[in-house]
Ligand binder design. Structure first.
Ligand code: 4AD
Ligand code: MG
Length: 467
């Protein structure tokens, strides 16, 4: 084949007019082939866009034998003249002159044949599903959102701060941690009183995968001013829901000198920025998902960008739920940890808008949250979204050393593990705040997908660690 530079399909379709009449070079995977004895049409996709490029094979130049290996899933390399398309649905197409077949995909074995597959089926083929239209779209949107996260914070002067994935502390105190050990689990060394002797373990102590980078993030914020983390997070909760993963990605900004209201402002601005970025940069993919799965998707995205989030206290929220006359599966009373059905009632039925709920009872929130003057509630904030429920959890932090130690003692958190965290309050303590955005929950919202297992390439959930 002639040595000309390969061009991506997205670039051909966007700027192709200027290349009409020229010879171009494309590579990709075959989506479909159809046609008759005189001419065959191949829809080629190279992952750069949801759109396929049409390649026209004139059977005057190719034999049926040449084209036989071009089945769905095969990978090919084509050179030919770019021409204005005769057919509808595309502006340009290629008249093939040369063909190279990289790899075939047998019709009997390749699982992604033309017909539409269910998302459940595709979850079992997660190693191949990125090749489908749906997952191509979701994964390009995922990439764009990751990029938007970095751009948003970098433009604001926040520093990307890397917190450890292996840790000896339990940030959320939920105890849902995956242990990291090199001890022989069949026969671990024991102390005299019969407990496992972690002093002989790899790190010389009991270690786990992190459930949050926040505590170390606070160390960064009380030095650099404003930081954010963006990394994988692990939770060993046995939650088989469409909104939980055992391994998910979280973005955790942490800001010195921010009070709770500043924290809410940032959270709202941040989410709106990410959604807007996706709408601008992934228009084709979002349109595809809108048309295929969720006809109100684009409308909903614009609605969230264009409306202020409602802000109200947990106490007010409970009142609305109690007075709603709704029959909930889990009863509502002051002090209860809100279930998804409660959150969604407030957002979807009552306000019909995203809601930021603040000032939760201290008993249902983590130890590090700042106590309000009422002595009963803490300066927590959860951002609740339509279809998703909680998308962000955050708070102003308790900066007072004595109050924080009081909470730690009350909850029975081993103080010796927390000395380094408490040093932020012993030396130059400052008011500060932060939050965590579940990256996959944001992607769920932006793509309109229903199940969190479909917005990460290789989902991890109870009883599943395939691929
Ligand atoms: O509310 P969470 O547990 O808050 C924290 O971890 C704080 N340390 C954050 C902070 O203040 N820096 O989790 C934050 C968010 C949730 O709102 C949710 O979006 C997401 O993380 N999340 C999960 N996403 C997928 N699967 C799970 N199992 C999740 N658990 C939490
Ligand atoms: Mg939470």
């Amino acid at each position: 084949m002639e040595d000309i530079k390969r061009i991506r399909i997205v670039d051909l379709l966007n700027d192709g007019e200027s290349l009409v009449g020229k010879k171009v070079d494309v590579k990709g995977w075959v989506r479909t082939r159809r046609g008759n004895k005189n001419v065959q049409f191949v829809a080629l996709n190279d992952g750069s866009t949801i759109k396929n490029l049409q390649i026209v094979f004139d059977l005057a130049n190719f034999s049926e034998e040449d084209l036989k290996p071009i089945t769905t899933g095969a990978s090919i390399h084509v050179q030919g003249e770019l021409v204005a398309s005769q057919g509808k649905g595309q502006s340009v197409e290629i008249l093939a002159q040369e063909l190279e077949i990289y790899g075939t995909a047998s019709v009997e074995d390749y699982p992604l044949q033309k017909k539409g597959h269910t998302l459940e089926f595709l979850r079992e083929k997660a190693h191949l599903r990125p090749r489908t239209n749906t997952f191509g779209a979701v994964l390009r949107i995922r990439h764009a959102l990751a990029f938007a996260v970095h751009k948003f914070f970098n433009d604001k002067g926040f520093y990307y701060f890397h917190t450890p994935l292996i840790t000896a502390s339990d940030c959320e105190g939920a105890g849902a941690m995956f242990q990291v050990t090199t001890l022989d689990v069949e026969n671990p060394p024991r102390t005299e009183d019969g407990n496992v002797d972690y002093s002989q373990d790899f790190f010389g102590k009991h270690a786990s995968l992190t459930v949050s980078g926040q505590l170390e993030g606070e160390l960064g914020a009380t030095a650099l001013g404003c930081i954010y983390t963006f990394g994988p997070t692990f939770r060993a909760e046995n939650s088989n829901t469409p909104r939980h993963l055992s391994e998910f990605w979280m973005i955790e900004p942490e800001m010195s000198f921010y009070e709770i209201a500043d924290n809410m402002d940032l959270a709202e601005e941040f989410i709106k920025y990410c959604i807007k970025y996706a709408l601008e940069h992934c228009a084709d993919d979002i349109q595809f998902l809108n048309d295929m799965f969720d006809k109100e998707l684009i409308e909903r995205l614009h609605f969230v960008i264009n409306n202020d989030f409602v802000r109200l206290s947990y106490t007010e929220g409970i009142k609305i739920l109690e007075e709603s006359g709704q029959k909930f599966e889990f009863p509502v009373y002051w002090g209860v940890d809100l279930a998804s059905e409660h959150e969604r009632y407030l957002v979807e039925q009552h306000f019909k808008k995203p809601v930021i709920l603040t000032d939760y009872p201290k008993e249902i929130k983590a130890f590090y949250m700042k106590l309000n003057d009422d002595g009963k509630t803490v300066r927590a904030m959860d951002v609740l979204f339509p279809k998703i429920g909680e998308i962000i959890g955050g708070s102003q932090r308790e900066e007072n050393y004595d109050k924080l130690v009081g909470r730690i003692e009350k909850l029975g958190i081993p103080m010796k593990d927390m000395w380094w965290y408490l040093d932020t309050r012993r030396f130059g303590t400052v008011p500060h705040s932060g939050f965590g955005l579940g990256f996959e929950r944001l992607i769920l919202f932006v793509t309109g997908m229903q199940n969190i297992r479909d917005v990460i390439p290789f989902p991890r959930y109870p009883k599943n660690c395939e691929f």
